[in-house]
Design a protein around this ligand. Structure first.
Ligand SMILES: Nc1ncnc2c1ncn2[C@@H]1O[C@H](COP(=O)(O)OP(=O)(O)OP(=O)(O)O)[C@@H](O)[C@H]1O
Ligand SMILES: [Mg+2]
Length: 442
């Protein structure tokens, strides 16, 4: 994807309010990858990405930024929680598995592209297979005129299969290879190979059972898988996927603060946290990881780590790991004004979501502007009085305002319900001002 930094920021602006610095840094990092890819090999290999550490308290948009990037970018991208990994030797997922996950993600991108490029071939394969089932072949030695008739019939039938006219018809189909892939990327490649040969044996045994009755509609879906395995050159797909993951892959390491060892909580620390950090070092720095699809070098994979760092600080990470995330961006806490903008200016904002949900009941929900302002103000106040949970406060606050209305929605069928500032204050004032209450209900 060759979006300019400005375009990336513009896209993010639709979903994430403020947090300019974070957006800018990330957009720039992405553009640098693109620029690097245009260089000659010698220079290209010299340039390693500068990994990013996003710091910001809870609910200010860290995960949201990455989620939106993931949707937009056509590059291999995965988001993982640092806290779910365990040190090598402990039971659980080892950190290398994130690289394998990235490769699998890359494969699905390349495969989808190839499927799109070979759409016609794949469609033809599917339609031919189904038509064959619907029109049994002529017996050998049929006369020429029979053959001509048959050809005509075949064409008509193909059209009807294609148009969906035959979708409800039931056919018997044997699928060539049902258990196409397990794709359990948690397994190191040696284990994956063993698993693969097992599944091959089972596929052999199951061959007889693969004959199944199904509608043409279902057959179209199932045959698509078979067609892409048969028609696409999967070795090439895998090779291209590896190359892309290597050069353009992005791993978003969320909750990195959860594996930091803070002095305050020393007693409760899980001994494997530091182990996970150590295991991360070679991967972030650049090393080779073997996957089922081949070996991948992690030198040029971009890592974006994020954490709230409430209990711990970035300096509680082991120094070697800190050093591998040279770009730091801080996300701002959300002000009343930002909260207001989050409610009113984001694509699919919470208000729009509620309006749509209650619209299903035939109720027209409208928010007065004054009411929205009051919501932002009270949400902000609640964040100050109790814990600052950022934009997540808006969820709890709105839920409290709309709970009753939502419950009685059936009474408002074909009617409008206007959320006024008075209603907002009536529902919230007490809870927001009373510290204890706001701890529990908001
Ligand atoms: N700046 C923002 N603009 C728009 N929406 C936001 C913003 N910040 C947070 N949100 C909304 O608040 C919710 C929580 O945000 P998000 O998941 O990004 O939090 P986070 O920063 O990752 O917090 P945590 O540290 O707890 O993981 C999401 O629904 C998101 O849409
Ligand atoms: Mg998060």
């Amino acid at each position: 994807m060759n979006l300019t930094p400005k375009e990336i920021v513009e896209y993010l602006d639709q979903y994430v309010i403020s947090q300019k610095d974070a957006k800018k840094t990330i957009a720039l990092a992405l553009r640098t990858r693109y620029r690097r890819m245009q260089l000659n090999d010698e220079l290209k290999n010299e340039i390693t990405p500068k990994n990013i550490l996003m710091i910001g308290s809870t609910g200010v948009g860290k995960t949201e930024i990455s989620r939106r990037l993931a949707k937009m970018m056509k590059v291999p991208f995965i988001k993982v929680e640092a806290s779910k990994y365990t040190e090598v030797g402990f039971v659980g997922r080892d950190v290398e598995s994130m690289i394998r996950d990235l490769v699998v993600n890359s494969i699905s991108i390349v495969k989808a592209e190839q499927e799109e490029a070979n759409k016609e071939k794949i469609d033809n394969y599917i339609i031919n297979k189904i038509t064959e089932k619907l029109l049994p072949p002529l017996p050998a030695g049929a006369s020429q005129s029979k053959k001509d008739d048959y050809q005509r019939l075949l064409q008509v039938m193909e059209k009807r299969v294609e148009s969906g006219e035959m979708d409800d018809k039931v056919i018997e189909l044997e699928l060539e290879k049902l258990n196409v892939e397990f794709n359990d990327t948690n397994l190191p490649p040696e284990m994956a190979k063993v698993q693969e040969s097992f599944s091959k044996v089972f596929a052999q045994i199951n061959k007889e059972d693969n004959k199944k009755e199904m509608t043409v509609k279902d057959a179209k879906i199932l045959l698509r898988q078979e067609a892409s395995v048969k028609l696409l050159d999967m070795t090439r797909v895998n090779a291209e996927a590896l190359r892309r993951a290597e050069n353009g892959g992005i791993i978003f390491l969320d909750e990195i603060d959860k594996i930091a060892l803070s002095e305050k909580s020393q007693g409760r620390n899980d001994p494997s946290k530091e182990g996970v950090q150590r295991d991360l070092l070679p991967i972030v720095e650049g090393s080779s990881v073997s996957t089922k699809y081949g070996t991948i070098n992690t030198d040029h994979i971009l890592f974006i780590a994020a954490g709230a760092f409430h209990v711990s600080k970035p300096s509680d990470l082991i120094p070697e790991l800190q050093g591998r995330f040279p770009l730091r961006v801080e996300l701002e806490s959300l002000t009343e004004d930002t909260l207001y903008q989050i409610l009113t200016q984001t694509h699919n904002s919470l208000l729009k979501q509620y309006e749509a949900l209650l619209g299903v009941e035939g109720m027209q929900l409208t928010f007065e502007d004054e009411a929205v302002k009051a919501i932002a103000k009270l949400a902000h106040r609640a964040n100050e009085n109790a814990e600052d949970i950022g934009a997540r406060r808006l969820h709890t606050v709105l839920e409290r305002i709309l709970e009753d209305i939502s419950f009685h929605a059936d009474e408002y069928k074909d009617k409008e319900f206007i959320v006024t500032a008075e209603l907002v204050h009536e529902k919230l004032d007490e809870a927001v001002e009373d510290e204890d209450l706001s701890r529990y209900i908001l």
